[in-house]
Write a protein that binds this ligand. Sequence first.
Ligand SMILES: Nc1ncnc2c1ncn2[C@@H]1O[C@H](COP(=O)(O)OP(=O)(O)OP(=O)(O)O)[C@@H](O)[C@H]1O
Ligand SMILES: [Mg+2]
Length: 273
Amino acid sequence: MAGEAGNLMKNKIEERPVRVKIDNVIKKYNGRNGEMVALNGVSLDIHDNEFICVVGPSGCGKSTLLNIIAGLLEPTEGKVYCDGKEVTGTGTERGVVFQQYALFPWLTVRKNVMFALEMRGIKGKEAKEKAMEYLEMVDLGKFADSYPKELSGGMKQRVAIARAYAAEPDVLLMDEPFGALDAQTRTQLQTELLETWEKHNKTCFFITHDVDEAIILAQRVVIMSARPGRIKEIVDINIPYPRTQETKMTQEFIDVKNHIWRQVYQEYLEVRK
Ligand SMILES: Nc1ncnc2c1ncn2[C@@H]1O[C@H](COP(=O)(O)OP(=O)(O)OP(=O)(O)O)[C@@H](O)[C@H]1O
Ligand SMILES: [Mg+2]
């Protein structure tokens, strides 16, 4: 029965239009030790309102792939399309939360978030109020007038998340956004992200090292192989939403976690060879 429901869910995803098409992307870097292949032929269709998580060993090219989708990096070969148009740079429909928070140090927390709103043409009092709403979402209302340097790493990351939400992109590209957070805050932000995703019809591409997090969030988990990065396997997560802490106790969760963990571990061993 569970399998049947899962298939229905999967069919529904595949019937939806493709928001982001990654077509045979190769990325080579010219590093200190000559040319290095970071991505070696990655293809993936990300459908409208889909939630994808990407896992894989450190250095396998996850951030590289995200930056290419964001339009911040150019592929060496292959192409990325968003809504059928080739990606040649950044676009307001694609919002990014970077692996390392990228805040404007000269602006207060509130003004950092207001920046994203002003980019959307929201100004003055409305921008100020909306910025507060997004800051409350990440539990930082009390720090609106602080500067980034006065915050901890996790708090800065939450400001970056609030700013990304405030930009209201259709496609959210998130690079280990909750990596620096304590377990409670992380759980809270996972729940809020899932609510935002469902309510506002977002398409999410989310990188994480945490297999539990990937399974709690995603409809499909993409496992990447050790460098040069390729897609090793795509695992459908057919567990119905809302997913909670209790979900982690279910046999279905444990089975899929064991499977993904083993696959990632194999790749980790490859890196160490
Ligand atoms: N600008 C660059 N110049 C040269 N090499 C780079 C550059 N950026 C990344 N690389 C290399 O490309 C490979 C992939 O890097 P990337 O940051 O995409 O990995 P990742 O999967 O995001 O790793 P992590 O999980 O540690 O964040 C690494 O070997 C890295 O050293
Ligand atoms: Mg990375």
